[in-house]
Design a protein around this ligand. Structure first.
Ligand code: BES
Ligand code: ZN
Ligand code: MN
Length: 486
């Protein structure tokens, strides 16, 4: 999907649907369709966020009134949601324009430009790799109509929105790809290509190099698989002196069958091609850093393999040795994410990171706790937690903090190794976080468990059905605003 995004003073000739934002309070715009508030309300249109009213016209483009809610609550999240609703209401239109002449300040213009483009481009995403017929929902162009003195600010925002949305949609393509098509090897090839296009250095470690590095966590999970594992290292070097050195470690389980702790063939198991969503969010976010002007040095570690049962698979009771030499007793082969992440964190810690942030579809418990609306966040420094929370709020990829309760640490003690890979029945997200923290080497550590929001069963605002690539925009924002935590 390559959409042309423009900012102009008026709708271009080809635009076949024009969106007109309408607030739920104050005056209604009447330049394009002369309907007053009472008439709009009589038709059932209350102008709340997500509401749209489609007004076809015989002699010109369709006008779509877009509810944006009350003026007091009008922020980027409402604008993004409203833009997504517009994109969906105009789903058969390929050439869209949206009238933003009402924005008053430069800041508003930049923020609105970015949020509108993100909302429209993400909402019109479809995974079509296996569909050959023509796409009736194709989007070719989006024009933002700006007041003459706000065109530049809006264009800056629109450009940033397009960069972010493209990264999200690329990450969604990777997540939605079936596991047999997107193996760890192929993923590494694609990462090399995406990295080259976006100014990242990409280094791929194959099974021989992983053995040499002693990455026994990643290789232990890979043991049951016919496909070899890969560790993908992405490096972003900003121009000038970096403001900080951030390491991101992503779970890249290409398919999680549960290993010999085989999952039942239910709907959750059927979603397990998405178990590499954490790594895809990191890859997507990192492709934007150069173009968004990030001043932080960022290194990504994508830990990639599938988790299959077979005669060669890791058995329960086996002990794996990670890169740092720490040993882990495997008591459940389905708690594999933390095993591959341990090696990635060892690598990051060795390089002297200012902070290590892990992103993973790690525990069903996080989904039980929060549902699909937010990710669980854990951190061992309040300043880091606050930065993650702020990035989540700025991008409307919400996170909520759970505590790293030290009393539960002993649940992952092992009688025969340094650690075991699962705690008790309860507080599974927290014990998983405590497990990961062991590999942070005392460095400030943050963790996002994105299990709940990784996918959506239905189109929901800018989340299109399937993989959401949750975390992509959050991580980009977090990296850009990163400050070394005290
Ligand atoms: N990939 C799963 C977690 C998951 C579940 C992600 C549902 C998305 C949707 C993870 O590897 C897993 O199997 N976790 C286990 C951990 C348990 C064995 C300690 C779980 O949550 O049951
Ligand atoms: Zn998993
Ligand atoms: Mn698992």
């Amino acid at each position: 999907m390559d959409v042309t995004v423009d900012v102009a003073r008026a709708a271009p000739d080809g635009a076949s649907a024009i969106g007109v934002p309408v607030a739920a309070d104050g005056g209604v715009p009447r330049e394009r369709v002369d309907l007053d508030r009472a008439t709009l309300e009589a038709s059932g249109f209350g102008a709340t966020v997500g509401e749209t009213l489609v007004l076809p016209r015989a002699d010109g483009p369709t006008i779509i009134e877009i509810g944006v809610g009350t003026r007091a609550e009008l922020g980027p999240a409402a604008i993004r949601d409203a833009a997504a609703a517009f994109a969906r209401a105009a789903v058969r239109h390929a050439d869209l324009a949206i009238d933003l002449t009402g924005v008053a300040s430069e800041v508003e213009a930049r923020v609105a430009g970015q949020a509108v483009v993100e909302g429209v481009l993400m909402a019109r995403y479809r995974y079509r790799a296996f569909i050959d017929r023509p796409n009736e929902e194709h989007l070719a162009r989006l024009t933002l109509i700006a007041p003459s003195n706000r065109g530049r600010a809006m264009a800056t925002g629109a450009q940033r929105g397009a960069i972010a949305a493209r990264a999200v949609n690329t990450a969604r393509d990777l997540c939605n790809a079936p596991a047999t098509h997107l193996t760890a090897r192929r993923y590494a090839d694609l990462a090399e290509r995406l990295g080259a296009e976006s100014g990242l250095e990409v280094e791929v470690f194959d099974e021989k190099q992983l053995a040499k590095l002693g990455c026994g966590g990643l290789l232990g999970v890979n043991a049951g698989s016919a496909e070899p594992a890969r560790m993908i290292k992405l490096t972003y070097t900003p121009p000038g002196r970096p403001r900080g050195n951030l390491h991101l470690v992503g779970k890249g389980i290409m398919y999680d069958a549960g290993g010999i702790s085989l999952k039942p063939s239910d709907a959750m198991h059927a979603a397990m091609k998405l178990d590499m969503s954490g790594s895809a969010a990191i890859l997507g976010a990192m492709t934007t850093l150069r173009d968004l002007g990030c001043r932080t040095a960022v290194t990504g570690w994508l830990m990639c393999t599938d988790n299959m049962p077979s005669g060669t698979a890791t058995r329960l009771g086996d002990v794996l040795t990670t890169h740092s030499g720490r040993t882990i007793e495997v008591i459940n082969a389905d708690a594999e994410g933390r095993l591959v992440m341990a090696d990635g964190m060892d690598m990051a810690a060795e390089e002297g990171a200012d902070a290590i942030v892990t992103v993973a579809t790690l525990t069903g418990a996080a989904m039980r706790t929060f549902g699909s609306a937010m990710a669980a966040m854990l951190a061992n420094r309040p300043a880091l937690a606050e930065q993650l929370r702020a990035a989540g709020s700025a991008t409307d990829e919400q996170v909520w903090e759970l505590p790293l309760i030290r009393r539960y640490r002993r649940q992952i003690d092992s009688a025969i190794a340094d650690l075991k890979n699962m705690g008790g029945e309860n507080a599974g997200t927290i014990t998983a976080g405590l497990f990961l923290e062991e590999f942070a080497g005392g460095i400030p550590f943050g963790h996002l468990d994105i299990c709940g929001p990784m996918m959506t069963d239905t189109d929901d605002s800018w989340r299109s059905i399937g993989a959401t690539a949750f975390g992509t925009r959050l991580l980009a924002d977090f990296a850009i605003n990163f400050r070394r935590p005290a």
